[in-house]
Design a protein around this ligand. Structure first.
Ligand code: GDG
Length: 472
């Protein structure tokens, strides 16, 4: 018997990342995996173009790159300001990352978020065919499912949250939190990165909505049901490993090793974001240098931190603070021929990055809060199998759940970070190999394709609870 062709998949995210035509090296693992699934099902990737228009008119630009169709629309300046820079990145992002001190609650932001989600729904609705599977990504688009249902869409709808789900006590500080959470009940499947975030969602659903939470993850509220799952995202491990062994990566690796002059490299790679814990990381490294003075001049920290969200004030502030702190630490410890921190505010092509990961004795990944963290997985995938480095990982990253063989640290504790660095530097090769092999096996087994298949299989299940009450 022939297997039926996969149902057409429509992926919706704030921004789309089509294949660039410049080789797989420049596209992240998530984009590669989604592109493959879209290609296989002749699907569409729909989102904001990143461009501004004076008058929103629902115009869609279709493009086809390497077998992947993207459909994008422009937004008005006010939408970008209130929806993207506003509610998404100044309200939800800080709140969901435990930074209520940075969260801004403004009515205009909420209005802009709602308006942009309505625009997404209005523009997307005519593209939807009866049997399409629709998969919405991330915190920018939580209400989109409800908006699609209001327009009569009865398809299977899935939502995946890439960032943490906050504890109930934090979520309560969001004005209209109940409405936001209730809008998730328009989806059939809601995925979280880890069991911890899923448990927080269950807690809110049970205690604040009075929803019924079944052992199978089916959550029922006011006659509607969704299936909530923990489905950790992975990387394309084999492709990343291959890239790390390619010529460009080896060149980058050699160049790094030459410039290291025999010193051990500790590496951090993060978008310049307060959730990534860069300040605490620098303080932990400073503590390491002062607690283990014999290690001075034998190591250096390379921190790659390409700026993001530069229109948001808290991002401008963290940049200024990090400039000052790295300068201060360098001033305190540097010698005429040694700089303890190389702090670089620019991005590198993925092929070079893979080589830089490989040259690092320690991958230092210490976010204060992170939905998953793919850098930890990329670091592992890039290591030399005969002489791998050591991963130091924050226990507050979603990735820590799957990566127990890393040296897990409390990123808030400078002592903890300092001691882990010291331990990693003297770790016997046998222990390094044992830890790395276990980590690599996990990263390889639960890779991005595994993640995608698990979610889509759940979304494609023929029998859904609450099938009959989908359209509003
Ligand atoms: C969100 C969640 C979740 C970084 N610098 C360069 C560069 N990068 C790439 C890394 C990695 C990606 O950016 C960062 O991914 P993360 O997972 O670490 O973090 P977020 O951007 O915050 O992503 C996170 C993720 O969504 C997926 O669900 O894991 O928790 O916050 O791939 O390699 N890439 C290049 N040059 C750089 O300089 N080319």
């Amino acid at each position: 018997m022939n297997t039926p062709p996969p149902k057409r998949l429509i992926v919706v995210s704030n921004r789309v990342q089509p294949p660039t035509g410049e080789g797989a090296g420049n596209q992240g693992g998530l984009a590669v995996a989604l592109s493959a699934a879209l290609r296989e099902s002749s699907g569409i990737w729909f989102g904001w173009s990143g461009e501004e228009t004076e008058n929103f008119n629902g115009h869609i630009d279709f493009q086809r790159n390497e077998g992947v169709t993207t459909a994008t629309m422009h937004l008005e300046a006010q939408d970008i300001d209130e929806y993207y820079n506003g509610y998404a990145n100044r309200t939800l992002w800080p709140l969901f990352h435990d930074r209520i001190d940075l969260a801004e609650f403004q009515r205009e932001f909420e209005g802009g978020y709602q308006r942009a989600n309505t625009r997404f729904a209005e523009t997307l609705t005519p593209l939807i065919h009866q049997d399409d599977l629709i998969w919405v990504h991330d915190y920018h688009l939580i209400p989109l499912g409800r908006e699609l249902r209001a327009r009569g869409i009865r398809n299977r709808l899935g939502f995946f949250l890439h960032i943490p789900w906050p504890p109930t006590r934090l979520l309560l500080s969001l004005p209209h939190h109940r409405e936001l959470v209730e809008s998730l009940f328009s989806y059939d499947v809601v995925g979280f990165q880890t069991q911890d975030w899923l448990d927080s969602f269950f807690h809110y659903a049970q205690h604040k909505l009075g929803a019924d939470v079944g052992a199978d993850g089916i959550v029922t509220h006011q006659g509607r049901s969704l299936k909530a799952i923990a489905c950790p995202i992975g990387i394309d491990c084999d492709a990343f490993t291959e890239m790390a062994h390619g010529q460009e990566a080896l060149d980058a690796c050699r160049k790094m090793e030459e410039s290291a002059k025999g010193r051990a490299m500790i590496l951090g790679v993060d978008r310049l974001d307060y959730s990534k814990g860069l300040q605490d990381r620098f303080l932990g490294y400073q503590r390491f240098l002062s607690t283990y003075p014999e290690m001075q001049e034998k190591v250096f920290l390379l921190q790659i931190a390409p700026p993001t969200r530069e229109d948001v004030r808290s991002y401008q502030e963290i940049r200024t603070q990090l400039d000052a702190l790295s300068g201060h630490i360098n001033g305190e410890f540097a010698t005429v021929d040694w700089v303890p921190i190389r702090y670089v505010n620019k991005g590198y092509p993925r092929t070079q990055l893979a080589g830089i990961y490989r040259a690092a004795r320690i991958g230092l990944v210490t976010p204060l809060r992170d939905g998953m963290n793919l850098v930890a997985k990329e670091y592992v995938a890039a290591q030399d199998p005969d002489n791998p480095g050591v991963l130091i990982l924050s226990s507050f990253a979603g990735a820590a759940r799957q990566m127990q063989e890393a040296l897990l640290v409390n990123p808030h504790s400078a002592e903890d970070v300092a001691d882990a660095i010291a331990r990693a530097l003297v770790m016997p090769k046998e222990e390094r190999l044992e830890r790395w092999r276990a980590l690599r096996d996990g990263v390889q087994r639960e890779d991005v394709t595994w993640w995608l298949r698990r979610f889509v299989a759940e979304l494609a299940r023929p029998e859904a609870e609450g099938e009959d009450d989908r359209a509003e």
